[in-house]
Design a protein around this ligand. Structure first.
Ligand code: ADP
Ligand code: MG
Length: 351
């Protein structure tokens, strides 16, 4: 009898996680929420303790040819903070696991930690531990984070109700286009080292790729306005993928309007320059680290004038009917494509 072998690429990252999670129940009363949201939620008395982890691998998530170590350290923390923000919580402590090859000097590690320190300062987080080991396959950074939120404030992916308003912060697709620019300039440089990279013009996009910020500013503002979203997720894999997560967890449908989806002009122009459709980039480009959330219609008044929150659609009762109304008024089914290029090279991992 031959043993069965299933390809991970076929199942996809989320299929694989589902398959793992089905075999694990929760046995401790303190484990309030396990696998499936942006963070786990653990009973901490008055508050919920939010716990999450994120791993970045050289060659998969970053290329040291164009990623300054300082930015990388900052980004690794920001990506974790973003998951705490997505639960409507406040980040408090991180633990940093490092895998280092002998290519790295003490100074290089110090530079990486400069970025980690800057992020800790910016987000008010304490570095409280970690682990250091050698690595045979380049740099590995694995950060775990703990945050807190008052229990009634914790915002899950599952809380949206029909006719809630779908909101997204900032603009989308810029980090993805920044990556395309960096990759292009790297190839130009490799084929002709005399050529200086032409990055000036694309500064905003490259910045969005190399030094993203978690939207804790929005979380603080929502708190001040006494507005608790009904559901929330951070946009790390692309808007379409995240909208589908909210839909699946909340058991309803989502309707987006193409003309409401926020795109920076530079993202738009650069997508066209690369012969890509800007809206496809906004829907499927990863690493925006913006927040996608739903609010009760009654809360709209509180944020309708906010310059950086965009109202991109609404939820609807029909479970799983997830669509975008195009600028021409056609109904386009929403699909997540964020993972395809990973699948095609046979690796998985979140960006
Ligand atoms: P995010 O993009 O917000 O970091 P992920 O897509 O990485 O979230 O993960 C989705 C959910 O699956 C999270 O609750 C996460 O904790 C869980 N998860 C991811 N990988 C694993 C794993 N290898 N084992 C158990 N749970 C996992
Ligand atoms: Mg997340």
């Amino acid at each position: 009898m031959t043993e069965q072998r299933s390809e991970i690429a076929q199942l996809g990252e989320f299929g694989l996680i589902d398959r793992i999670s089905r075999k694990f129940g929760l046995r401790n009363k303190s484990s309030i929420t396990g696998i499936g949201d942006d963070t786990a939620v653990i009973d901490g008395g008055e508050t919920g303790v939010l716990l999450s982890t994120d791993m970045l691998l050289e060659g998969i998530h970053f290329d040291l040819a164009y990623t300054p170590l300082q930015h990388l350290g900052y980004k690794a923390v920001a990506a974790n903070v973003s998951d705490i923000a997505a639960m409507n919580g406040k980040p408090e402590q991180i633990i940093v696991g490092l895998g280092l090859s002998n290519r790295f000097s003490v100074e290089a590690v110090e530079t990486l930690y400069e970025g980690i320190r800057a992020a800790c300062e910016n987000y008010g987080v304490d570095l409280v531990g970690g682990d250091t080991t050698s690595s045979a396959s380049g740099l590995v950074i694995s950060i775990s984070i703990i945050g807190r939120a008052r229990k009634e404030k914790i915002t899950y992916r599952s809380g949206a109700k029909a006719n809630d308003i779908i909101c997204v912060t900032g603009d989308l697709g810029a980090a993805f286009m920044g990556l395309q620019v960096l990759e292009r300039e790297k190839h130009v440089f490799l084929s002709n080292p005399e050529m200086q990279p032409d990055l000036e013009k694309y500064q905003y996009l490259v910045g969005r790729q190399l030094k993203p910020d978690a939207r804790m500013d929005i979380i603080h503002e929502l708190t001040e306005l006494d507005l608790v979203p009904t559901s929330m997720i951070d946009v790390s894999d692309g808007l379409a993928s995240e909208v589908l997560h909210l839909s699946r967890h909340s058991h309803l449908g989502m309707k987006l309007f193409e003309d409401k989806i926020p795109l920076d002009n530079m993202t738009y122009d650069t997508a066209l320059e690369f012969k890509l459709d800007p809206i496809v980039i906004a829907l499927n480009g990863g690493e925006d680290y913006e927040l996608l959330f739903t609010i009760r219609p009654a809360d709209y008044e509180k944020i309708k004038k906010h310059p950086d929150i965009h109202f991109i659609g609404h939820t609807q009762e029909n479970v799983g009917e997830n669509v975008m109304i195009s600028k021409q008024g056609t109904v386009v089914p929403l699909r997540a494509q964020g993972w395809d290029h990973f699948k095609s090279v046979g690796v998985i991992g979140d960006r």
